[in-house]
Design a protein around this ligand. Structure first.
Ligand code: CA
Length: 249
């Protein structure tokens, strides 16, 4: 399988130069809101402050978006057309530690408590001031910066930057596929912990894939070849036979 398509006009046979990745330090924010005017206002305000913004107008697209582009923080409306926002938090929390700020349009406090119990980090009540929301967002992102595992993970001689989504070995870029990224992210967010194979299959491929252990073996083998110094004797991406996998920092 080709790692990358050849650049047009590259006639020399030499590998095309890979452009250095632009420093991707802009926090990536997922906004989940079904009111178009509010979604638009949020998008405009966050982009104006140099956040990288992804949006979804319902719960299921939001979860798909989060899996595709793991966010640094999520701004989440609780009243969504398909699933309750609390459900979104519960699902997200099975694999992501990204802070979640809830937008609550309801007057009672019960839904906020449910949201916090499910793993939300903060909330604002509608109608809210944009400045207040932005201040809350800065606060949760600051908290996240100091929280383990951080964005940098060292695996043997590889440096993995979870924020920029780059891997380098001895200064040379190592390319991971989206599937490899998802697997790696889930594992490194549970350092030293066993993560069950069925759980990995469900979180990476989706419900119905619980029996597809060969997918996992295939992609974990590729990850080890890319990241471990000696893939035959892995030190960090460990198999727990019959159980699952463990990231050993
Ligand atoms: Ca709503």
């Amino acid at each position: 399988m080709a790692a990358s398509a050849g650049a047009p006009g590259n006639q020399t046979g030499a590998p095309a130069p890979v452009p250095a990745p632009v420093a991707a330090v802009r926090p990536r924010i997922l906004i989940v809101e079904d009111e178009p005017a509010l979604l638009r206002a949020l998008r405009i305000n966050l982009r104006a402050r140099s956040y990288e913004v992804f949006t979804a107008a319902a719960a299921r697209p939001a979860l798909a978006e989060a899996a595709q582009h793991p966010p640094d923080a999520v701004i989440l409306d609780l009243g969504l057309p398909d699933l309750d926002g609390v459900q979104v938090i519960r699902e997200l929390r099975t694999w992501s530690h990204a802070p979640v700020i809830v937008l609550s349009g309801r007057t009672g406090s019960g839904d906020k408590i449910d949201a916090l119990d499910a793993g939300a980090d903060d909330y604002v009540t509608k109608p809210f001031s944009m400045e207040e929301l932005l201040a809350r967002l800065r606060a949760v992102l600051r908290r996240e910066e100091t929280a383990p595992p951080g964005s940098q993970v060292i695996i043997g001689s590889c440096a993995v930057d979870l924020t920029a989504r780059t891997v380098s070995r001895d200064g040379q870029p190592v390319r991971l596929t989206p599937t490899e990224w998802r697997l790696l992210e889930i594992l490194v967010h549970h350092p030293g912990q066993l993560v069950g194979g069925r759980r990995l299959l469900t979180e990476v491929w989706g419900p119905g894939y619980e029996q597809m252990g060969h997918y996992l073996r295939f992609h974990m083998a590729r990850l080890r070849r890319k990241l471990e110094d000696d893939p035959a004797r892995p030190q960090h991406l460990l198999t727990e036979p019959g159980m699952g996998y463990r990231f050993q920092p």
